[in-house]
Design a protein around this ligand. Structure first.
Ligand code: GLY
Length: 389
């Protein structure tokens, strides 16, 4: 080993979740470091940035809904704080979302979602096809109805990553531009990592925030290793015309033949269309089939997209977890905490994750709202003791 460098808190992974954790930890006075060969990269470079607590609600995910809503509520202050501190515009746009249906099956699906939203006390309004088109004139004439959700907004995740990086630098976070290869464990405690070039990084507490790679850090005891897997998402980016009023004024989404498709219009003129959901391991190839399906489904919703320049195609990996919810806070190994498994909600959950991890680093406990997301819910020992008699 070449050198040993120490910090109070070492965050493994410099994506938006790792960066927000490092920033909030540094604000609490911890000497904080991040290990990542390319901080600011990761899934945020691909993600569309929908803050879609209401339109992405699923049966069985009511507990996650609570955390999603808590994070959505923090977004205005969080974005203002970051912008004030760094001067970066985050592309935070309070534009709302319209989820539409193209055929009878889609409409039935959307009616179910509406009922679930109402049972959950959420605000959404059912619109006829004509009312949808009045809101968004570029929608296809065949749209048969939709749900207007004025509380689901968007942010530009690339700008968010850039601002978090700047905020970390201002707060004195140290960056080690290297892969963390192995967790160092002494006795029953995590004490740091060894990087790919053999550097030993010591730390009072280690936060594993490596996105879909979080389960691959060597040296983590089996019972503590996060059960995350990569879920591929392909996304395309187009450019909207700047003249003749907005092409789309809010996020438009639908389930077309069972696949989710969404169109996220940015103020910059970028239109992000996503996303596939593929369980293909570590593959990040952009495929003709993936792009074809996205454009075909998006074209059914908004036929005018075929006129727009296609500027980018990209694939990224969501960190999926067994219950689609994140793993936050202390693990069964002293000194090791997790901030991973955010699956479809990483951008939305960034503010609440930073706050929850800072609280856990300072007190040893998660705040009330984040307790259901303890990683210990997946440990064998906990599962056995919690079996009903
Ligand atoms: N939340 C959008 C996605 O994961 O595709």
């Amino acid at each position: 080993m070449s050198r040993t460098r120490t910090s109070d808190v070492l965050v493994i992974g410099g994506g938006i979740i790792g960066l927000v954790t490092a920033w909030r930890a540094a604000q609490r006075g911890f000497a904080t470091a991040v290990a990542d060969p390319e901080p600011g990269g990761g899934a945020a470079q691909v993600a569309a940035g929908m803050l879609a607590a209401v339109t992405e609600l699923h049966y069985g995910e009511q507990t996650l809904l609570g955390l999603n809503l808590a994070s959505a509520r923090r977004y205005p202050d969080f974005a203002a704080e970051l912008t004030e501190l760094t001067g970066h515009d985050l592309g935070y746009r309070r534009c709302g979302t319209l989820a539409v249906a193209l055929d009878a099956d889609d409409r039935a699906h959307l009616r179910e979602l509406h009922a679930l939203q109402q049972q959950s006390g959420l605000e959404s309004q059912w619109l006829s096809g004509r009312e949808c088109r009045r809101l968004e004139p570029m929608l296809a004439p065949g749209v048969r109805g939709g749900l207007r959700v004025d509380g689901d907004h968007q942010i530009d995740p690339r700008r968010l990553a850039g601002a978090l990086l700047a905020a970390c630098e201002r707060a004195g976070v140290v960056f080690h531009h290297a892969w963390a290869e192995r967790l160092t464990v002494v006795g029953d405690r995590a004490t740091g990592v060894v990087t790919a070039d053999g550097t030993e990084l010591g730390a009072g507490q280690v936060v594993l925030a490596g996105g879909s790679l979080s389960g691959r850090l060597a040296g983590v005891p089996e019972d503590v290793l996060p059960p995350v897997r990569p879920v591929k998402g392909q996304v395309v980016r187009l450019t909207m015309p700047g003249r003749h009023g907005p092409f789309l004024s809010r996020t438009v989404r639908a389930v077309v033949r069972g696949s989710h498709v969404y169109l996220v219009p940015r103020e910059s003129g970028e239109l992000v269309i996503g996303a596939t959901s593929e369980e293909l391991g570590w593959d990040t190839t952009v495929t003709a089939g993936g792009v074809y399906e996205l454009l075909r489904d998006a074209h059914e919703l908004v036929p005018g997209i075929t006129e727009l320049p296609l500027t980018e195609t990209r694939a990224g990996l969501r960190p999926g977890s067994p219950d689609n919810a994140p793993l936050l806070g202390p693990t069964g190994l002293d000194g090791l905490l997790l901030a991973t498994g955010h699956y479809r909600n990483g951008v939305l959950l960034t503010p609440v994750t930073g706050d929850a991890l800072a609280h856990a680093l300072a007190t040893g406990d998660l705040p009330e709202e984040a307790r259901p997301f303890t990683p210990k819910r997946f440990s064998t020992a906990t599962a056995l003791t919690e079996q009903p008699a």
